[in-house]
Ligand binder design. Structure first.
Ligand SMILES: [Zn+2]
Length: 214
């Protein structure tokens, strides 16, 4: 976290005001330091607001106004006065993470397998949808290719998913070798389908969707 985030998360305006010598009542009210205030008209909590002059902001705004500082200077002063440590420059998250160690074959296999499972599970979802969405409404209606695909594939996909989930290592490895390439192809196709499909599903009923499949 940078100095702004650190200070805002760690210090309330009320704590800062008290630290800088402003008397804050138990109700969180204090005489406003920013206008000539006879009776407490400033409410202090995480932020502050003055009902007299309208001064309003967070702990950094408060400290900046109190000492005539820029926001950065005020934040740095607050961090110092409250003993907070923060990161100088804000690094993108990935730069902070240590580089992953080289993955063992077991880990690679496990990851490949769960990836495979995810893709197949998505596919099964899609097929289930197609099976109802593209089902013919009358016996003489021509079957939509998506409906046909759903009928043809759904059981096999379920079998693959079952095996990946509960088969022994050898069975799972066999599926990975046998269908690894197909799954990559399938993933490509699913992502291509996802975008236009989601948009056009509402507009066109299945009767209009007879355009040739890719
Ligand atoms: Zn005021």
């Amino acid at each position: 976290m940078n100095v702004f985030e650190t200070v805002k998360q760690s210090v309330t305006t009320r704590q800062a005001a008290e630290h800088y010598g402003i008397r804050v009542g138990r109700n969180g009210m204090a005489c406003c330091p920013f206008h000539n205030d006879k009776t407490p008209s400033m409410k202090l909590d995480r932020r502050y607001h003055c009902f007299g002059c309208g001064a309003d902001g967070d702990v950094i705004d408060f400290t900046a106004a109190l000492y005539g500082l820029g926001k950065k200077e005020a934040a740095v002063q607050l961090a110092r006065d409250f003993g907070l440590s923060y990161e100088e420059g804000k690094l993108p998250d990935k730069m902070k993470k240590p580089k992953p160690r080289h993955k063992s074959p077991e880990v690679q296999f496990r990851e490949a397998q769960s990836h495979c499972f995810r893709v197949l599970a998505d596919y099964r979802h899609l097929l289930e949808r197609w099976k109802t969405e593209y089902a013919p409404e009358s016996p003489n209606e021509e079957w939509h290719p998506r409906f046909v695909e759903a009928l043809q594939k759904i059981n096999h996909v379920e079998y693959l998913l079952d095996t990946l989930l509960s088969g022994d290592t050898e069975e799972r490895a066999q599926i990975m070798t046998e269908y690894g390439k197909d799954v990559i192809e399938l993933e490509k196709r699913l992502s291509e389908l996802a975008a236009p499909d989601a948009a056009s599903r509402e507009k066109y009923s299945k009767h209009h969707a007879a355009a040739p499949e890719r």
